[in-house]
Design a protein around this ligand. Structure first.
Ligand code: 13P
Length: 252
């Protein structure tokens, strides 16, 4: 059985003090939760302080992005090893905001997945189609490219450190989530595709999260779908009152 995972992507929000205050609230709010993996991804500058605040809790820390090289003349970048040093166990790669705003390619994202897993960290690889692509009935083609290229050269062994997040671009920050049926259709497709790439057994173990306007009032319906193993939450992860009910929703 796949263990559910709920991750909060705090994006470009919160000072160190604000991030620590939220971490403290979450730590207290999930003290009795034992059946869900919980992850938060603060901005880089708050990672170490949030990591310290979360000591003694089961909440894990994630970087929102990384550069695939370990060190060198790469001004402004952060490597997986430095994220590990700051306390991270996960790194989000290929978020649609990075693909769109920072024009990251599948090939570049693939290097990140390799660098993250090589460092012993878990990569949360984000994929998703735009509204135009969905309307043009290209959703499955786009996702196939993103998955196949993003996971190029990743061994079945390394796949144990990979989590997929399906985040339809049209659902991110719009308040318009995919319906449970729409999301399940894609998750089922992704699991079959992953089975072709790394074998059905590995694909069966792989966690596929849904992201895009997940809120307390739609989490239960979305996450109770057969192939949806958790959520990657943006806006609703910024307040404990919004995030905790998502973590605590009735999981399958
Ligand atoms: P929202 O939950 O705000 O739609 O954001 C989703 C997301 O991008 C998480 O990575």
């Amino acid at each position: 059985m796949r263990r559910p995972l709920v991750a909060g992507n705090w994006k470009l929000h919160k000072t160190i003090a604000e991030a620590v205050a939220l971490a403290d609230e979450l730590k207290e709010g999930i003290a009795d939760v034992t059946d869900v993996d919980i992850v938060v991804a603060p901005v880089f500058t708050a990672l170490a302080a949030v990591g310290k605040a979360l000591e003694g809790s089961s909440i894990a820390l994630a970087g929102q992005n990384c550069y695939p090289e370990a060190k060198g003349a790469f001004t402004g970048e952060v490597s997986p090893s430095l994220l590990k040093d700051a306390g991270c166990r996960y790194v989000i790669v290929g978020h649609s905001e990075r693909r769109r705003i920072f024009t990251e390619s599948d090939a570049f994202i693939n290097l990140k997945v390799k660098a993250v897993t090589a460092e012993g960290l878990n990569a949360i690889l984000c994929v998703g189609e735009t509204l135009e692509e969905r309307n043009d009935e290209k959703t499955f083609d786009i996702l196939t490219d993103q998955i196949k290229n993003g996971l190029q050269g990743i061994s079945a062994e390394m796949m144990r450190q990979v989590i997929i997040a399906y985040e339809p671009v049209w659902a991110i920050g719009t308040g318009r989530n995919a319906t449970p049926a729409q999301a399940q259709e894609v998750h089922c497709f992704l699991r079959r595709l992953l089975g072709e790439i790394c074998g059905a057994n590995t694909a069966d173990q792989l966690r596929i999260l849904y992201g895009g306007s997940v809120k307390a009032d739609n989490a239960d319906e979305l996450l109770s779908q057969r192939d949806i193993d958790g959520a990657l939450v943006g806006g609703a992860s910024l307040r404990a009152a919004d995030f905790l009910p998502i973590v605590r929703h009735r999981l399958k």
